[in-house]
Ligand binder design. Sequence first.
Ligand code: ADP
Ligand code: MG
Length: 333
Amino acid sequence: NYHVVLAENRKLYNEVQDLKGNIRVYCRIRPFLPGQNQNHSTIEFAGEDGELIVSNPLKQGKDSRKLFKFNKVFGQAASQEEVFRDTQPLIRSVLDGYNVCIFAYGQTGAGKTYTMQIKYCFLDLHTLGIWNTTQPNGLAVPDASMHSVNSMTDVLELMNIGMTNRATSATALNERSSRSHSVLSIHVRGTDLKTNTLLRGCLHLVDLAGSERVDRSEATGDRLKEAQHINKSLSALGDVIFALAQKSSHVPYRNSKLTQLLQSSLGGQAKTLMFVQLNPDVASYSETISTLKFAERVSGVELGAARSNKEGKDVRELMEQLSSLKDAITRKD
Ligand code: ADP
Ligand code: MG
């Protein structure tokens, strides 16, 4: 029946994801906001196959166009629903006992928080009827707290408290700049009814602080110290990911609170998705390029399979099965 097909679909999706390696990078370009000059877009082309061409419209030249390729690119017209539809299977794999980490990376104002508004994903989990969270031991972060939730309303209330606690301050960037990382972790525990085994999964939703360089925000004093600290933890995150990529014997998790917290969700068993957020405005061109360079290094990473694929199927075979299951679902709708 429908639910069996759905479960089967999800299982296959996980296997496909396993085979692809476990770090994905999605790029999202936010639309121009009212009052921004739309003629000066740095995004020349954004294709569904993950290709992106960036150029500076004020400096035309032979070498001014830069091509990037990611797992996916969401253009300015992409709706929240579209983005969530692509993300939901990954989020659902938490229910199968995976650890999943979703990051939003990019300069202030590029749409990180907008993309991380995850209530639609929760609604989807809710309709699956899985809502009992328990309090695992070993919370690593001072000032963090853990709460049981029973409903969507509980989650939204907690998120509002988190938002209020989050430090923000106005900077010369003319926006309310986020000077802090925000991490929402959801621990899920469930039982596989077929085999009666206990499954534990964890989802981290990480809205990173703005990646812009310190000098642009013209910060001084405490603001400057804070900005340098943020840059340090962002580069610590980069260092961890690159160390994992190179299968280095030492992964420097301990260099920042952020990477310590996420340690169990950044290693071999976990799945990671990074949203690279871009502001298409020409004024952001140099930040856009440095954001994309960071992302390019991250996306070059293949950590290998998150879990071994017991049946040894190849990707194409799995993709074929997946699409025939999708057809089966469509026919039932
Ligand atoms: P950040 O968290 O990276 O600093 P925000 O998510 O706050 O950026 O986005 C900056 C502004 O742009 C906000 O007003 C937000 O509502 C708007 N915005 C961002 N992304 C989109 C989008 N895809 N569609 C419409 N508006 C967006
Ligand atoms: Mg934000």
